[in-house]
Write a protein that binds this ligand. Structure first.
Ligand code: SF4
Length: 349
């Protein structure tokens, strides 16, 4: 049955032609995903958005992602988020004042170069903090490349806000607990190379080793694949660990009959299930991100109607839900985002 809201979106999209582009994060629901110009995880969306020439970027994701699009956009472009209250609890776990305090403390303690690395899941002021200090943004698909880039130069890294991603990334690079310390334990600092902010994603923190045991008992031959935002007790028992894009590609490429237990956001797991009917795909447990669910096709339609009216009125009707990163952060935040892209694509030394 045709969905009247999606039909209206398609009509408006035709009318607006190449003036709009709709990037959609993998965790968005199926209806919103069906209207995507491109789908991706936060890294892929940041890169794809930066290549678009559409005047209006209608970003279906959460606020920090739309901010990144705003930082990397061309001067004539505008970024609009249909769900203006789509926040991220993890991004809210680090603030500029606290990060600055910890950075100064660790720089004094370490007595050497400390470079800040901020996960994409953060707000523009913290990305700017990194850019200003020669640091970089990272995503779950490239955190190991970014962290390794600095460690091999003999630098120490302050990684924030997600401790699990930082820890799992350090493990991937061959480090162990002796090489890392949480910022809340800095009074016991003992020359650790990786300093981890104590933030987490509530969605991925819910998974436990017990969830894996249950699946292994119920599905003989099952393989466990999890996101690196999961706690180390979970990643230690997984057959594969990787970003959303990695999970997508790995499961899509697996042979018919494969059995997967997936430790990441539930809406995304449901979409994997729908797209891989010849495989068995089960979540470790149900764990939905309510903020990702805030974007609906109705809200996207509202944004397109507003853009259309804005254009037809020669700008008299204002645009709603525009993302506008303060100018004081833009240059340095762009430096941190571009450093990530340079390190990943060009192997920046
Ligand atoms: S899944 Fe986790 S990190 Fe992603 S938006 Fe939701 S709370 Fe934030």
């Amino acid at each position: 049955m045709n969905d009247p809201v999606i039909e209206k979106i398609m009509q408006l999209r035709n009318q607006l032609r190449n003036k709009i582009v709709i990037p959609v994060h993998h965790y968005q629901n199926q209806a919103v995903s069906s209207i995507a110009d491109f789908l991706g995880d936060s890294y892929k969306l940041a890169v794809d958005c930066s290549k678009s020439d559409a005047e209006y970027i209608v970003f279906c994701g959460v606020l920090f992602m739309a901010e990144s699009a705003d930082i990397l956009k061309k001067p004539f472009q505008k970024v609009i988020i249909p769900a203006s209250n789509a926040d991220c609890p993890m991004a809210n776990m680090a603030d500029l004042t606290s990060v600055n305090e910890i950075f100064n403390k660790i720089t004094t303690l370490a007595g050497t170069d400390v470079v800040p690395i901020v996960y994409m899941n953060s707000y523009a002021d913290l990305k700017a903090f990194c850019g200003e200090r020669g640091g970089s943004v990272c995503t779950s698909s490239n955190a190991h490349v970014i962290m390794n880039h600095y460690l091999k130069q003999g630098k120490k890294v302050l990684f924030f806000p997600d401790a699990n991603l930082g820890m799992n990334t350090a493990f991937k690079l061959g480090l162990n607990h002796k090489n890392m310390i949480l910022t809340k334990k800095l009074d016991n600092y003992n020359d650790e190379q990786v300093i981890l902010w104590d933030g987490f994603c509530p969605i991925h923190k819910r998974f436990t080793p017990g969830d894996i045991s249950v699946l292994k008992a119920n599905y003989p031959g099952i393989k466990i694949i999890v996101h690196p935002e999961c706690p180390e007790e979970v990643t230690a028992q997984a057959d594969a660990i990787g970003s959303t894009e990695f999970i997508l590609n790995t499961i899509n490429a697996s042979p018919a009959g494969s059995i997967w237990g997936v430790g990441t956001e539930t809406i995304f797991v449901d979409k994997l299930f729908a797209a891989n009917q010849n495989k068995t795909i089960v979540p470790l447990k149900v764990s939905e991100c309510i903020n990702m669910k805030k974007t609906t096709t109705e809200l996207v339609l509202n944004s397109l109607i507003n853009i259309n009216e804005h254009i037809a009125s020669n700008g008299t009707i204002p645009l709603m839900n525009i993302i506008s990163v303060p100018e004081i952060y833009k240059k340095d935040a762009a430096a941190a985002l571009n450093k990530m892209i340079d390190i990943v694509t060009n192997g920046l030394k």
